[in-house]
Write a protein that binds this ligand. Sequence first.
Ligand code: 5CA
Ligand code: ZN
Length: 414
Amino acid sequence: MQSWTRPNVPRLPGRGIAPRIFDAATQGLVEARPDESTPNLASVYVCGITPYDATHLGHAATYLAFDTLIRVWLDAGFDVRYVQNATDIDDPLLERASRDGVDWRDLAASQIELFRGDMQTLSIIPPDEYVAVTEVISDVADAVKILVQNGSAYPVPSPDAADDLYFDSSFTLPAWHLGLESTLDRPAMLQLNAERGGDPLRPGKRDPLDPLLWRSERVGEPAWNSSIGRGRPGWHVECSVIALEHLPTPLTVNGGGRDLVFPHHEFSAGHAAALTGHALAGIYAHAGMVAYEGEKMSKSLGNLVLVSRLVAGGTDPRSIRLALLSEPYRSDWEWTDAHLRIADERLASWTAWAATPDDDDDDDFLAELRERLADDLDTAGAIAVIDARIRAGAAATVTAVSAIDALLGIRLTP
Ligand code: 5CA
Ligand code: ZN
């Protein structure tokens, strides 16, 4: 599927540092760099939107976190390969389409178009491959067939349709990258599973946690022909298949928002391990949840601040970027109007500062910025470095202005 236009990312003098970022599997900071199998190629899969109610600031914050990672990687001299999906067939999308009396395909297409526009407006580096789930249904079915053949998938009867297929989670327990080390106990897993698309109460499963791999055709629901009959894929396996198809494994980073740690990334990794015999990713990285009016910003609650609405109301997209970058990407935090007011003031001060740059190189500044960002993408720290420079009366330099553009994605000069 078509991605969006890539922003210009200036090259900076010298070379940046491979960042250390937080890994959910080991619960610690790990250097994010290519491994020996792909010595200079950093690869990242980031879970994309389910296309309705896009693009809210929570989505934007998550994609901006991985945009920062990619900018830091490029500055460190790595080639980067980036893949993102769009979950353009799933129960919540069908429910919303039916609630609003629109065709689910039209809803998905229009929301993906809106998302592309918002990402481009925010100068977010596009994925090299932007893949809709509906483009890979037969590949997912073929993968599920392999799981059936190797014994990690099993049928669950349905009263009104052919058998569905589920993943036997005990099959990959040794490869459970996140469950192995995470702090989740079984009751917490069961609860999150129920809240986040699982069906622990479905009769006939070997373990209530086992996730759906393939839903056989139901009357009135979309279905596709495939090597395992007519139906549609479960959620987690789509991301495993798209990542495996387009990126070398193990990926350097598998990413998304923290609401995806369990069960989504757990099972994407589990399915991939069952398919390939090795780990999906070296690092599992997650952005914190952005809240609004006291609760996680979410499509189901409807407490959304949309990027497109802010921009239509005259907000400078660079202010949105700066506001989101002012919070550590891993924290959960609450969006307030003050975030935008402070970002507007900061943008005005930075722009005035950048208007008359010196030609001198400013190696210290660049080194400080690189050091902050290599430290778990400390964008708030990087912003503080720039604020401090300006407060101290240091002149802007051509390199400093380019560094802010390349690393933070904020262009200060026309
Ligand atoms: N399509 C699936 C992933 S395969 C999905 O989670 N879609 S989504 O539209 O619900 O979310 C898209 C991305 O934004 C995910 O990475 C999700 O973790 C992230 N996200 C959703 N809500 C928030 C929030 N309030 N704050 C931060 N990130 C969020
Ligand atoms: Zn996903």
